[in-house]
Every structure is written in C-alpha cells, then in structure tokens.
Design a protein around this ligand. Sequence first.
Ligand SMILES: C[S@@+](CC[C@H](N)C(=O)[O-])C[C@H]1O[C@@H](n2cnc3c(N)ncnc32)[C@H](O)[C@@H]1O
Length: 284
Amino acid sequence: MLVGKPDCTFARQKVYHPPRKYISILDKLASEGTQMDEDRASGEITIPGYDTLAERGDAVETSPWGDSAYQRHYVWPGVEPLLPELSGARVLDAGCGIGEYVGRFLERGADVVGFDASAEATAIARKRYGDRATFYRADLTEPLEFVPDDAFDLVFCNLVLDHVEDWKPAFTAFRRHLAPDGELVFTTIHPMRRYRRHRDELSGYHETDSYVLEWGETDAQIVQYHRPIEEIVDSLGESGFRLDEFREIRPRERYEAHNPERYETAMEAPDTLCVRARPIGTDR
Ligand SMILES: C[S@@+](CC[C@H](N)C(=O)[O-])C[C@H]1O[C@@H](n2cnc3c(N)ncnc32)[C@H](O)[C@@H]1O
C-alpha cells in the first residue's frame, strides 16, 4: 500500500504521505483481530472521503463529479459516442455520485436506476432526480440485490472502478443485471497515466497497487488503484464479457480553454480509457 503525488484528475490535490491514517486503520484492525481485506479497507477510507466531498459541494474547488471541466469537456465527449440509443433505454448508473450522468440520461429519455456507496452523494442525487429516477445506496463489490437480473440495456460506470481492487465481482454482477443484448460502458484513468505519475509509489507497472490522495483543501482521502491494461482486458473476459470498443480518449480542442494543463498532458499521452463490452452467451 503506497501513497503518491496527486493525479491530474484532482489537479489541486496535494501529496499525502505517508498514509498514516490508512496504516493506522489496518494496524488497529489487526490488533483487534478483525479480518479486513485491503479492498474493504479501501472503502473504509474512500467512501467517507466521497461523503465529505458531497457534503462540501461547491466549496470543493475541483469537483470529483461529472460537472468538472475534465468530465464535461473530455470524458463525456469521449464516452457519449459509445452509448446505445438512450431513448427508452433501461440504464443502471453504477457509482452515480451526485447524479450528474443520471441527469444526462434522463434528458435523453432513459429510465434510470442509480446507486452509489456514498450516503451523502446518493442523498444529493435523490434530491435532484428522485422524482424521475430510482436511487440506492450500495457497494458495487457486493451483490446488487435491489435490481432484477437481465434488466438493463446499459450498465454505465464512470470513474468508479479506479477505487476497487478486484473488478471481477463487479463485472460479474453487471453481467447478471444486463439484458443479454445489453452493454457495459465504463471509464477509468489510463493505467499508463497513473503509472507515469505515480511510478515512485507503485510496485511496478505490472502489479495492481494503490495509493491514497488527499483532496485539495478538504480532509477527504480517496484510495486509487493502478492496474495494468492486460488485467482490465482479462477481468472482462473472465467475467463473461466480450470487449467491443476500447478507446484512449483524445481531447477535443475546446477542452483546452477549460483545463489547459490537463489538455496538454492528454494530448501528449492518453489520460482516460473508455471501454464498451457485451455479455457473452447466456450462462450466468
Ligand atoms: C469520481 S466519482 C464519480 C461519480 C459519478 N460516476 C460521476 O462521474 O459523476 C466516484 C464515485 O464512486 C463511488 N464509489 C467508490 N467506490 C464505490 C463502490 N465500491 N461502490 C459504489 N460506489 C463507489 C464514490 O462514492 C463516488 O461517488
């Protein structure tokens, strides 16, 4: 478990080192004899971190949600062409945050269910769109018992898996809840970007490893995982998906005016990955 320099997603974050709070949580659990794997420990930090960011709202200078310049002018133009026809589509927004994408899907005529592990973010999403969409507080690393099987045309998961160590349980659940001809679209920070920015803190490009960020002027801490690209592709295949589109998002020109620094680095090398996958066969 390592810490590192801030990722540009979180342009104003400062370095948090060493991760004493993280270590102390693990030490405390070990001394209490509690069984706690690293993934759950990650949630113990990340979700309260997102609760804080949701509570702080506009007071947080760099938004983690879909309303940031990075998301509006870089991620969304990259991801939108991969989405199916949304009018009448049944969409599950996994890790919906405060509902930024739920709003975009509703505008385009979709029926939307959103869930997020942050109680504060879920409450805000429900307040904004609860009259038109359904929201749950839930963790995507656990079975999603609140939604039926084969129920969605699209499972959308935007910049959420970055906080999850093992993607296979989440992908397996997504596949279960997708209609046989449905599709999964997700985004994640490009592993090469993470590796280049955090190489001193990571075990190596080929290893899955994590670090903790402290978010700007807040005391929110967020655990981020690096993993090699081959693990992303393998996790999909091992969870019953066929890779359909794999895009290293290229910045549009107008992004430069909104976030010149990140535009420049995204022009030099890809910043964020956008993936579309489809279920294989009908075995669940
Ligand atoms: C960068 S934010 C993105 C939110 C939203 N998808 C958007 O783009 O506006 C990451 C979100 O993932 C959620 N999250 C992190 N780990 C999660 C988990 N294990 N299960 C469900 N949500 C999780 C956080 O609470 C946070 O809302």
